[in-house]
Design a protein around this ligand. Structure first.
Ligand SMILES: Cc1cc2nc3c(=O)[nH]c(=O)nc-3n(C[C@H](O)[C@H](O)[C@H](O)COP(=O)(O)O)c2cc1C
Length: 259
């Protein structure tokens, strides 16, 4: 009897497919909790990094004890403490009919079309008092949406401490230079608002002129990546505006305290 028949070949190929798909599916199911835990640890690491608290090799959960997460209702600027910040996904919520809202195209400087009505913010404590606030933000670059965190001082709600991106698909060496430590270092100390409370922060086209009276609100552009740099500038202007964190920042200024 012939050993190499067409039906045997198909059977072996089919059996191999079934075994492989079972293995892949099982791996996906078994690894799902680990992936979720890694994703959460990575998010915490990025928030700590924005807050200037991240240390290589340190226990992330222990460091995160200095940070209190709270959900903000962007429209009223008040906290929405009935929403759990640890599980609330503002990116998915943006697509939801009830939790999300469409952005007027004339005001959509971040190019995101919709946003969640609620967003978690992170209050960074130093010796018990809130020292910095870490605000999530996102917006379009050239190839991708860039997701990051902006840290500002609690005192004046204007001094930027850092801008870090944890997810984007911009080109390494061009738009990907948003991750370059030298470029990131420039943000520390820049003023988001001017003395009248207008949004002043600018990502320049080219280098900042240190003698310019506006230099304290300006950051160098990204060479060969003007579109990504413009995206960073525009998303900051969107999220710091009345459409974004404006009402929250106003609430904090009027309260003078956090709570
Ligand atoms: C393969 C390739 C990848 C690019 N990636 C980016 C990018 O990530 N961000 C960006 O702003 N421009 C990128 N550019 C350049 C843009 O097309 C555009 O020329 C540039 O943003 C203009 O900036 P400049 O005026 O500083 O030269 C890329 C171009 C090429 C050919």
């Amino acid at each position: 009897m012939a050993k190499d028949t067409m039906s045997k070949t198909f059977f072996v190929a089919f059996a191999l497919c079934v075994v492989c798909s079972v293995l892949v599916s099982a791996a996906a199911v078994v690894l799902k909790p680990t992936q979720a835990a890694n994703k959460l640890a990575d998010k915490k690491k990025n928030i700590l990094s924005a807050a200037g608290l991240y240390e290589d090799g340190a226990e992330i959960d222990a460091l995160f004890e200095q940070i209190e997460a709270r959900v903000v209702d962007l429209q009223s600027g008040q906290y929405a403490d009935d929403i759990d910040p640890s599980t609330f996904d503002f990116v998915s919520a943006a697509k939801d009919n009830e939790l999300g809202t469409a952005i007027d195209p004339g005001l959509d400087r971040a190019g995101i079309k919709r946003r969640s009505r609620y967003i978690p913010v992170y209050l960074v404590r130093k010796r018990g008092a809130v020292d910095k606030i870490v605000l999530p933000l996102y917006g379009k670059g050239l190839w991708s949406t860039l997701y990051g965190f902006l840290a500002i001082d609690r005192d004046d709600l204007s001094t930027i401490r850092s801008l870090v991106y944890y997810q984007h698909g911009e080109t390494p060496g061009l738009g990907g230079e948003v991750d370059n430590p030298a470029w990131k270092a420039q943000w520390n100390g820049k003023q988001a608002f001017d003395a009248e409370g207008n949004i002043a922060i600018q990502v320049m086209r080219g280098a900042v002129d240190p003698s310019s009276p506006s230099a304290h609100s300006q950051v160098d552009g990204l060479s060969g990546a003007t579109i990504t740099a413009r995206g960073v500038h525009d998303m900051l202007h969107y999220w710091l505006s009345e459409e974004g964190y404006g009402p929250y920042l106003k609430h904090l200024r009027s309260e003078g305290g956090i709570g």
